[in-house]
Design a protein around this ligand. Sequence first.
Ligand code: ADP
Length: 239
Amino acid sequence: MLQVSVEHVSIAYERTTVLKDISFSVEEGDYICVLGENGSGKSTLLKGILGLVPLQEGTVSFHGETERTHVGYLPQQTQTQKDFPASVMEVVLSGCLNSKGKRPFYLRKERETALYNLKRLGIGELKKKSYRNLSGGQQQRVLLARALCATDKIIFLDEPISGLDPVATSEFYQLIEQLNKENHISVVMVSHDVGTALKSANKVLHITREGCFFGSKEEYLQSGLGAEFLHAWNGGETK
Ligand code: ADP
């Protein structure tokens, strides 16, 4: 079932176009790996789909039960955000903000959802801890729990494993795969860790300055673009 369709989207910052003519779609259960060189516009595309930056051209449509406000989003983390002075529970609860609206307090149901998602990711015991004192892997799980408070349909992840050690990276990938395969949550993930990310993905969106490739993982791996990108990545020329 179609969840999101992106058609001929271009995005500009102050009249400089950074993304040109991107089209792809998300079907229920997809695991889409978003690839491209640094600065090719991957983060910008996620923000455009979520309505956080305006589109210059094209359309983004949400279908069926999927609404823009019910998409879970795990943005790239800056150093300042890693030092955010709040408890784990407060950070996860903030994922319910779209349903909370202007109400100045959280409902019991929202607290239960937050706790459910913490436990689901194996970190229920961290709920009272200070977010800034957690390890990188724990912080990413907390942010994933936060994203899941907004959705049980689709999550967008922007380089979620960046800065994690190999063990935390592998555990995080397992969690994402579990959410995708067992809970049928669609995944759209920007990752520099191409080889590992591709293992779980069923489709690839590769953004270049000239446009994009979108297709199944098998089609991508057989395409010239896929072979070239993987070769460069294996040789360490591309991150
Ligand atoms: P990627 O995620 O592929 O590394 P980004 O989407 O972060 O790429 O950035 C795409 C281009 O847009 C880059 O050249 C970047 O410098 C520029 N850019 C990103 N955010 C902004 C912004 N808020 N204002 C102006 N330019 C930006």
